[in-house]
Design a protein around this ligand. Structure first.
Ligand code: BV8
Ligand code: ZN
Length: 244
């Protein structure tokens, strides 16, 4: 009979743990008013991912892809971190080995103060030159199309990992190290359908980590999750990571 661990049990274990890895998805930013991808109000409801978040789409129609990202940047420019982001940024200071892996491109973890962080799908406020590869911050709202590189005049693209593109090796290395060494993996607000992030829970589980999930609904991970808390990230995360 699996032991039933209460929120207090998990909070105490998180407070005592020397090595914690956290994986977040769009659900943690939903409480900041940022639309998720696959929910009823999801971003993808009007488009198929391949239509916009892919190198083929950008090659075919860069203006359309930039219009979609410009719309998202405009929306995000009015959003702020919520208590879940802020709690994680504070908590990282109290743990010997802490790493936060986010699939989100909204930049809200960095804004909240998280520094031990891998933005494995990139960041919507960074652009990359398609000609010379230079990466820079760009907060222009709206974007004046076509956005061009200050160094070489090349066309800029969002510095985001699109479907069919590889993740940055340094982000994968940092993520795998964190997953293979953590005592606890805390998964917050992800539907667990996008790879390679969808393979992260089994990696931690296989090396003996306790896997805890916070989500509104059950997910494909739920079969290997040790403890699942059903609720909003902004409510549950501060309870789990409070000093107690
Ligand atoms: C790669 C940038 C290979 C875009 C994104 C078949 C099998 C295995 C793999 C594949 C396959 N077919 C294709 C692939 C590969 C593909 C993939 O996984 N496809 C999926 C759809 C099957 N993966 C890739 O292409 C990756 N690259 O594999 O490279 C390769 C190798 C060598 C050489 C070349 C290539 C790249 C993946 C990255 C794609 N980019 N984002 C953009 O954002 O503009 S992915 C996109 O989905 C977002 O980044 C998002 O973060 C991510 C995951 O979504 P979630 O974060 O989980 O969000 P979602 O809306 O789905 O879920 C929200 C959850 O929160 C829900 O569970 C909900 O219940 C919950 N929630 C809601 N509100 C709350 C809440 N929880 C708590 N509180 C709340 N308030
Ligand atoms: Zn350039």
């Amino acid at each position: 009979m699996p032991t039933v661990l209460s929120l207090t049990d998990i909070r105490d274990r998180l407070n005592r743990s020397k090595s914690i890895t956290v994986l977040t998805g769009a659900g943690i930013s939903a409480d900041s008013g940022v639309p998720t991808f696959r929910g009823p109000e999801g971003l993808w409801k009007n488009f198929r991912p391949e239509e916009l978040a892919s190198p083929e789409a950008f090659a075919r129609n860069p203006k359309l892809v930039w219009e979609w990202y410009d719309w998202r940047r405009n929306l995000l420019s009015t959003k702020s971190p919520n208590p879940a982001h802020i709690t994680l940024a504070t908590f990282e200071k109290h743990v010997e080995n802490f790493w936060l892996i986010t699939q989100n491109v909204d930049g809200l973890h960095a804004t909240a103060g998280s520094r031990k962080l891998s933005e494995i799908h990139g960041n919507i406020w960074k652009v990359r030159c398609t000609a010379c590869g230079r990466i820079s911050q760009n907060h222009d709202v709206p974007i004046i199309y076509p956005p061009t590189c200050k160094s070489c005049g090349g066309l800029l693209r969002p510095h985001i990992v699109w479907f069919g593109e590889s993740l940055a090796p340094e982000d994968l290395d940092a993520s795998y190290t964190a997953l293979q060494t953590c005592e606890i993996l805390l998964i917050i607000g992800t539907s667990g359908v996008v790879y390679p992030a969808a393979s992260f829970a089994p990696i931690a589980k296989n090396q003996g980590a306790l896997v805890v999930e916070v989500n509104l609904d059950p997910t494909p991970h739920s079969s290997i999750i040790d403890v699942s808390f059903q609720g909003r990230a902004k409510d549950v995360v501060p309870l789990l990571l409070s000093e107690g």
